[in-house]
Ligand binder design. Sequence first.
Ligand SMILES: Cc1ncc(COP(=O)(O)O)c(C=O)c1O
Length: 421
Amino acid sequence: MPTSPHSWKHYKESEHRIATGTSTMSKRPRFEPEEPCYIAHGAGCRVWDIDGREFIDFRNALGPITLGYCFPAVDAAIRAQLNQGIIFGHPTLLEAEVAELLIAAIPCAEKVRYLKTGGEAMAAAFKVARAATGRDIILQCGYNGWLNSLASGGAVLPGVRQDAPLGVPSDIAKLHRMLPWGDLAPWEQTFQELDGRIAGAAVAMDYFAPEKAKDFVRGLRGLTQRHGAVLMIDEIVTGFRIARGGLHEYCGVNADLAVFSKGIANGMPLSVLAGKAHLLDVIEKAPISSTFSGETLSLAAARAAITTYRNNDVIGHLARTGKRFQGGLNDLFKQRNYPLECVGLPSCMALRVALQRVLPQLLSHRPRYRRSLGPPRQSHGRSCITPSTPALDERRPATTPAIPTGAAGGLQWRYPTGDPP
Ligand SMILES: Cc1ncc(COP(=O)(O)O)c(C=O)c1O
């Protein structure tokens, strides 16, 4: 692997000007010199850094690139819309057209509203749940965006928890509870303890334990119904990835509210709050409104991306390529006795330490493998998936495309003791 003097030199200089080095914390490069600091351009499943190095990319921009970089149908839609205008003082027909596509694809969607980020749309869901029920407390499971990292023990970044989230007033923290994935007992107990005070429960899938999804999410559906609370499914990662309708479709459950984002516009900034009409209509009295919500380039991209999903078996492709890649990685880990295993759904994988193989190798390989990889996407074909497995081999020639480490929303890393540093 060649050194990357330009990338790292520029990055270290920019750390003096940009707080945390880059605006998305999960994109922060850590492994000098292998890791690319600055990407110059991408095409399909590949990216090139500013030093001209080419990589097969499994980060997928942290999730939203589900079809590929510069996907022709999406880029053409953006260019065509650019000629018409980006944003206006009135809505465009695109809002209604994309709504129709979303309502057809998302099981719980009777109505939708657009926002820009996943976290913003989850905050909107919490407001709607509170306004509709007249209650204050929100139960959460998983990361729902920085804006909503409010509970004690809550996820402040994907996979990173804080006992007392800094910057959150304690009176607000008290209105949020973080509960575990896959085990209904603590949820039942909390609903009993706080009976009549819980506005809603928000759940995002734990990529390490998807086998618990069906029983758990169905159980939560029943529990929230019995207690008059709103069930909110965070489909920001799972939507248009494990199925078009995400966990809803996978579990056969209809939530009251859902948020979709990363999979819907192949990288353009768009999130969708979807759900029951009577809940979305609460927004009339509890306003949620933002200047950029109906911005047309993202809606044009969403229309093209969702149409691509409708006309092609994108979900099947993600599952098939993911399975090949996951199998290849696990074979390689076994052959080399690396204490790692790739688990989870093939289109939404997670990488963890294989406890039965936690040997001294763990220490020697830890720096290289401690971050996450990303899931597959439509543009990953057999030729990309197959050579990627040996790309983890340290003996590969320097010119072999490497696998950049992944991050949130993709294949995640977990230490046996808990969360990543
Ligand atoms: C499950 C989940 N929910 C919410 C979010 C927040 O989305 P955004 O970063 O667009 O605010 C993320 C981001 O990674 C996520 O993975």
